[in-house]
Design a binder for this molecule. Structure first.
Ligand code: ACO
Length: 320
């Protein structure tokens, strides 16, 4: 062998580029790479012992039936061959079709025949984009179809959201909001949410403790092939509107939002505040009194810190 082949670098690949994700539909496959792979391949996100390693993980775009195929140009003799096992651990047991692409296509085509969207009664919003119709459904893991789909797609929380971990399926409190193209039945994104009972303190001792809830957005994602055309905003607004209409929910929070989510949230919260006419009611006497902030933010069910940021942004907008 060439001496350069003995350098460790020649046998080290980034797991973020070795993993190739794809969605398959009638028109072919769309390929993209994960943002994170450290939960699967370790903190350094590097895999040692292979050359030209490709870990292909494909999903049918409707059923999310997974397919996995690991390919490489060369492998060091003493490498333990576990890149595939490490990945399969995060996918539903026995559900992934390995290597046999024809069997995979046959299986998802068969599954598609009986694949249905959630019941109409679960629909909380609908919209259209680029000539296609979409709807957001509020579903839960009691529904076997939802459970099956969620088990297949939850690996995307690891690939796309930093410090994500799998939700406890046995906990009955999870509610999922899922966005589907209602024509071809593709799921474009989803969010896991949870409602917590909020203890109101002695101030409200007349009421029972279990009266008010905080709605929390936990994991939120739009699958990469569908990003950047507004699905994230539609999904976010569907959740917010559902909670604004729910009299038990008095506050809405988000678990560890990242920069992209903050931007999406700010844009949509600002639009909502602006449309309400609040901009013209902001007291001009600074600092703004806490009573005003508390009274207003409770109408919009926005957390205090977020509400103060939004008011500052509105003030900047008005004064500029
Ligand atoms: N035409 C062109 N551009 C548009 C359109 C349109 N019709 N609609 C929106 N956009 C732009 C927006 O202005 C925005 O631009 P910006 O990024 O410069 O601000 C951009 O597209 C994204 O907005 P949306 O399309 O509404 O959002 P998207 O559907 O892309 O979803 C999200 C955003 C959820 C952050 C997505 O990128 C994603 O899933 N990322 C990976 C996972 C992730 O980071 N999730 C959040 C983690 S935090 C948490 O889970 C609580």
């Amino acid at each position: 062998a060439d001496a350069s082949d003995l350098r460790p670098e020649a046998w080290t690949v980034s797991s973020n580029t070795a993993v190739k994700l794809s969605f398959v539909d009638e028109e072919g496959a769309v390929q993209f790479t994960p943002t994170f792979t450290y939960p699967i391949y370790g903190d350094s996100e590097q895999i040692f012992g292979y050359q030209d390693l490709q870990i292909l993980l494909a999903f049918d775009s409707v059923t999310f039936k997974p397919f996995c195929n690991v390919k490489f140009g060369a492998k060091l003799a003493d490498t333990d061959d576990n890149v595939q096992d490490k990945l399969l651990k995060y996918l539903p047991d026995g559900d992934v079709i390995v290597k046999d692409e024809i069997a995979w296509v046959d299986t998802f085509n068969k599954e598609r025949e009986s694949f249905t969207l959630p019941d109409e009664s679960k629909k909380v919003a609908s919209y259209s984009r680029e000539g296609h119709n979409f709807a957001v459904y509020k579903v839960d893991l009691h529904d076997d179809n939802v459970k099956k789909l969620h088990r297949r797609m939850q690996i995307f929380t690891l690939f796309l959201i930093e410090s994500a971990s799998y939700i406890d399926e046995g906990d009955e409190g999870w509610e999922l909001y899922m966005s589907f193209n209602t024509g071809n039945k593709q799921c474009v994104g989803y969010s896991t949410t949870y409602k917590y009972w909020k203890y109101m303190g002695a101030r409200n001792f007349d009421s029972t403790d279990k009266t008010f809830q905080t709605g929390k957005i936990s994991q939120f994602l739009v699958f990469p092939p569908y990003q950047g055309v507004g699905h994230g905003s539609e999904l976010y607004n569907a959740i917010i509107n559902d909670w604004l209409a729910d009299t038990k929910v008095i506050e809405i929070t988000v678990e560890d939002p990242n920069e992209d989510f903050d931007s999406l949230r700010d844009r949509n919260d600002l639009k909502r505040l602006y449309a309400s006419g609040i901009a013209s009611e902001i007291p001009r006497e600074l600092p703004i009194k806490n009573e005003w902030i508390e009274a207003q933010r409770s109408i919009f069910k926005i957390e205090k810190r977020q509400f103060q940021r939004l008011i500052e942004m509105l003030l900047l907008h008005i004064c500029s």
